[in-house]
Design a protein around this ligand. Structure first.
Ligand SMILES: *Cc1c(COP(=O)(O)O)cnc(C)c1O
Length: 379
């Protein structure tokens, strides 16, 4: 079946109890046994819940995997995936990634004897040189936040799998609608469903999807043992959001691409980082690996920090806020907001400087969005 059909139906049929067409919210902690020694299909909601199960099946179908798991947050999904590792294991991590992942690896996992090594994975030679006998996992994120750098997932998966090393891709920025890491050879897809998958800025959630049944079973064990699962009501909201994922992604993509082209020609703008532009250094990889570009990208203002502050205080339709992927447009300065917790030298080295602005373009009418940006750029 096609993606848009799976988005509406996968994992969900009419409810067996009353024929409800929409997945009911099984807001219960526990389920009655039929008799001693005879549980029903579910017994306790940490272990399994029908609403969560429907979402998990849907996520697996959309990513083309065999098993999906839904978590309380994106970070809970990451912590569960990283629980596969043991003391003494080495993990190679792309050096340009979500700040929360960096924090989890450096301030928690590293204290448990797991050794993260940050490598620029755009350089495949650097990846090859980084493998060690105790390397268990390679962690990727593409496009990266906020500079929209791309990683060649197929090439990375090949180098890792030939050494029996697991690969993870954080697919939050594009959603399964625009990028399918499992089909490129990646073992595990991770999502913050908080972003595009739910898409309405009213839930925090996470997901893992794998194409290996045994690995899926291990994640299921860990989800239950660690208690990192998503709550039934949140699963209902994410399922509801997913039904319009294809429509929303098309709208985000079209709006963001139009705004990126327009900004590139704007006299106040010094650079635009968007993989759909001909000026993007990895334009060819973007065409090969992605079916679209999503709604989030970044650009730089001439006039640096002062110009950015003037601009951000003048926008009206764009909310000055962290996060991304919702129907409403958001804007922020990574330097003082999303990336402020990264050490200053690391930010500067990565190109995350005070002149940089990140926008999450919503699904409003593009003319209104451009008018708001234009007025604020002239403020
Ligand atoms: C938001 C985000 C996360 C973390 O997810 P939460 O739902 O906030 O816990 C991880 N990776 C990326 C790329 C994100 O944008």
């Amino acid at each position: 079946m096609q993606f848009a059909t799976l988005a509406v139906h996968a994992g969900q049929g009419p409810d067996p109890a009353f024929g409800a067409v929409m997945q009911p919210i099984y807001q219960t902690s526990t389920f009655a046994f039929r008799a001693v020694g005879e549980p029903g299909p579910f017994d306790y909601s940490r272990t399994g819940n029908p609403t969560r199960h429907a979402l998990e099946e849907c996520l697996a179908a959309l990513e083309g995997g065999v098993r999906g798991l839904a978590f309380a947050t994106g970070m809970a999904a990451e912590a569960t995936a990283l629980a596969l590792l043991q003391a003494g294991d080495h993990i190679i991590v792309h050096d340009d990634l979500y700040g929360g992942t960096y924090r989890l690896l450096t301030s928690i996992m590293a204290n448990k004897g797991i050794e993260p090594e940050f490598v620029n994975l755009r350089d495949l030679k650097a990846l090859e040189a980084a493998f060690r006998p105790n390397t268990r996992m390679v962690w990727t994120e593409t496009p990266t936040n906020p500079l929209m750098n791309l990683l060649d997932l197929e090439a990375i998966a090949e180098l890792a799998s030939s050494r029996s090393v697991l690969t993870v891709c954080d697919n939050t920025f594009l959603s399964p609608y625009y990028q399918s890491p499992l089909a490129l050879g990646i073992d595990i897809v991770m999502h913050s469903t908080t972003k595009y998958i739910n898409g309405h800025s009213d839930v925090v959630g996470g997901a893992l999807v794998t194409r290996d049944a045994a690995l899926g079973e291990q994640f299921y064990f860990l989800q239950n043992a660690m208690g990192t699962c998503a709550a039934p009501h949140d699963c209902f909201l994410v399922l509801r959001g997913i039904k319009t994922l294809p429509l929303r992604m098309e709208a985000h993509n079209a709006n963001a691409l139009a705004i990126a082209h327009w900004l590139e020609a704007h006299p106040s703008v010094s650079a635009v980082h968007h993989p759909g532009l001909d000026s993007h250094p990895q334009r060819e990889l973007a065409r090969r690996q992605m079916r679209g570009f999503g709604g989030t990208f970044s650009f730089r203002l001439k006039g640096g920090d002062a110009a950015v502050q003037r601009f951000l205080n003048a926008v009206k339709l764009f909310a000055l806020a962290e996060s991304l992927g919702g129907v409403e447009s958001l804007i922020e300065q990574p330097w003082t907001m999303t990336h402020a917790s990264m050490p200053e030298d690391v930010r500067v080295k990565a190109g995350i400087t005070a002149d940089l602005v990140r926008i999450s373009v919503g699904i409003e009418h593009v003319d209104d969005l451009m008018a708001d940006l234009d007025r604020a750029l002239k403020a």
